[in-house]
Design a protein around this ligand. Structure first.
Ligand code: HEM
Length: 169
């Protein structure tokens, strides 16, 4: 199935347009990658720190409820910007991503991280103070979310170095 998706993207006209943009708009590839990294930094500086607060490691002078209501909008914005700044490269070189196991790990970690974060943030928005209910369970979910977000970051970087994991002379 991944081969089919790769083939469909590789043969699409959208891909020709994206490659043209990446090659002809001066500096576009590094600009997009810089925007991607800035989005990741903002995500970790807002959502990541909120998880660390729930775990009791950071920002003790503000409650998780305050941090969640303050940073909830940033979750959508940063993921949206990360998606838009990353998708051009996926369309331009689909085989590099769809046939790369590390890109699969990134997607897997991402789905876990986003599902747990959305669950915790939404529950808090619906019922302020809910994070305290069964504190060890909330902390457990936050811990898994933090590990998963770190996994997304490591896998994002390792996509480029997959050859060193699966050496094929
Ligand atoms: C939402 C959809 C996303 C898409 C489509 C996407 C796509 C990409 C692409 C195409 C690359 C370049 C990989 C390469 O060829 O070397 C990349 C790199 C990277 N991504 Fe993402 N990404 C997304 C979300 C995220 C998120 C949420 C994070 C972190 C929380 C993240 C962290 C990274 C990191 C750390 C790199 C390495 C960048 C570098 O060192 O230059 N990405 N991503």
């Amino acid at each position: 199935m991944l081969e089919d998706i790769t083939r469909a993207i590789a043969q699409s006209e959208v891909r020709d347009g994206v490659i043209w943009l990446l090659m002809n708009v001066p500096g576009l590839p590094p600009i997009l990658q810089s925007v991607h990294i800035i989005a990741v930094a903002v995500l970790i500086g807002t959502v990541g720190l909120t998880h660390l607060r729930i775990l009791g490691f950071a920002i003790w002078n503000q409650s998780p409820s305050t941090l969640i209501s303050r940073y909830r909008p940033w979750l959508g914005w940063t993921i949206g910007v990360a998606f838009l700044s990353g998708i051009a490269f996926v369309i331009a070189r689909p085989a590099r991503y769809f046939l790369n196991p590390v890109a699969g790990w990134k997607l897997g970690f991402f789905l876990v991280a986003i599902a747990l974060t959305v669950f915790l943030f939404r529950r808090e928005a619906q019922r302020p103070g809910a994070w305290r209910d069964v504190i060890w369970a909330t902390r457990g979910l936050s811990l898994v979310a933090v590990v998963a977000w770190i996994g997304v970051i490591f896998a994002g970087r390792w996509i480029a170095y997959v050859d060193y994991l699966y050496w094929d002379e």
